[in-house]
Design a binder for this molecule. Structure first.
Ligand SMILES: *Cc1c(COP(=O)(O)O)cnc(C)c1O
Length: 349
């Protein structure tokens, strides 16, 4: 039923991709005179040569950690590049549409607008879960992608797994499950379902649990055929050498990352317990991520007071069903304490 060949845009199916010097000669040589690089290395770190366009070493290591074949991995300059590429490969501007479930991550909509793709909104329920029936009713012949963010940003909760599976079984376009925060959830990733569903795309990132946001490295997992299409369209050297090297080193720190994740979960749970007892706080929504969505009596006022002592949080009040909600990232124990004390203090003033 699912036909990738029907889903891909005509111009992309017919595209003859750019072939870089490093695509045409992949081996090791004594003398490289093929890419118009300089023989002089200004950085002292061998940055005078173009990086591997397909990041083979990194993908082999990531494949081992995630238990997935390297040819099912695409790496982007942040997940944001993966999001943009999915639009450019599969959605015809001015004709196709996608479904998002607000309140959710803003880039799905911004990237759609940039690419002139219509966005259909199917709001999450009042408990911030997927509305399967409404999504089904919203799908039409031009619906190409459904964006699912789980754990969801800004609400923090995992979305219903069986609803997502139902969509994977019934929808003829791609179901993109953004798992940017999955490391903080005790939930089960959709990675292991890739073999069962040819229309599944999973996004993960080095920006959150891995602590490498500045390096800009996003992961996209899908069938080998989908990955081939993304590779065809991406800029030739989209992941710079510095990022490839530093992430290569960081991947050896997996134990360190895992203990930070554990600690963050503990800090999150204790921060939630403390917050709900404070004056001016209505509730902290259950979170499976490294942040809390907190409903307060007056978001604007609390935002201002926190900022006045140098604490910046995210006011999400203008998001659907998030009136007076602040999104607060879990910081260090000291930072969280300062947050608590500031909220206590302002209520006394
Ligand atoms: C932070 C975040 C990302 C990560 O984006 P990068 O471009 O990889 O930094 C992706 N999706 C969601 C929902 C996020 O909150």
């Amino acid at each position: 039923m699912f036909d990738l060949n029907k889903l891909i845009r005509n111009n992309i199916r017919n595209l003859k991709p750019y072939s870089s010097a490093r695509d045409e000669y992949k081996g090791a040589a004594e003398v490289y005179l093929d890419a118009n690089e300089s023989y002089h290395d200004t950085s002292g770190k061998r940055f005078n040569r173009y990086p591997d366009p397909l990041q083979r070493d990194l993908k082999t290591e990531i494949g081992t950690i995630k238990n997935i074949s390297p040819d099912q991995i695409f790496l982007g300059n942040g997940s944001d590049e993966c999001i943009d590429l999915l639009y450019r490969c599969f959605c015809v501007p001015g004709r196709d549409n996608v479904i998002i479930c607000p309140p959710t991550y803003g880039m799905y909509e911004v990237s759609a607008n940039i690419n002139d793709i219509e966005v259909k909104c199917v709001p999450l329920t009042t408990t911030f879960d997927l509305n399967a029936e409404a999504i089904h009713n919203c799908i039409d012949d031009n619906t190409k992608l459904i964006w699912i963010c789980s754990p969801n940003n800004p609400t923090g909760n995992l979305l219903n797994k069986s609803t997502i599976t139902l969509l994977l079984k019934s929808f003829e376009g791609l179901v993109v499950v953004d798992e940017a925060y999955m490391d903080f959830a005790q939930g089960i990733s959709f990675l292991k379902d890739l073999q069962s569903y040819p229309n599944l795309v999973v996004l993960q990132t080095f920006s959150k649990a891995w602590g490498l946001a500045a390096l800009r490295l996003g992961m996209c997992f899908a069938s080998h055929k989908i990955i081939e299409i993304l590779n065809k369209v991406k800029p030739p050297y989209n992941i710079n050498q510095s990022t490839q090297q530093i992430v290569h080193q960081a991947l050896k720190q997996v134990n360190d990352v895992n203990s930070t994740i554990k600690k963050t979960i503990e800090l999150r749970n204790s921060l939630a317990r403390m917050l709900i007892n404070l004056p001016g706080i209505e509730k902290a929504y259950p979170s499976n991520a490294n942040f809390l969505l907190v409903k307060v009596q007056n978001a604007k006022e609390m935002y201002r007071k926190l900022l006045s002592v140098g604490i910046v949080v995210r006011d999400r009040s203008n998001q659907l069903n998030c009136d007076n909600c602040l999104r607060i990232t879990i910081g260090t124990e000291e930072e969280n304490e300062l947050l608590i004390n500031t909220i206590l203090q302002t209520s006394i003033d």
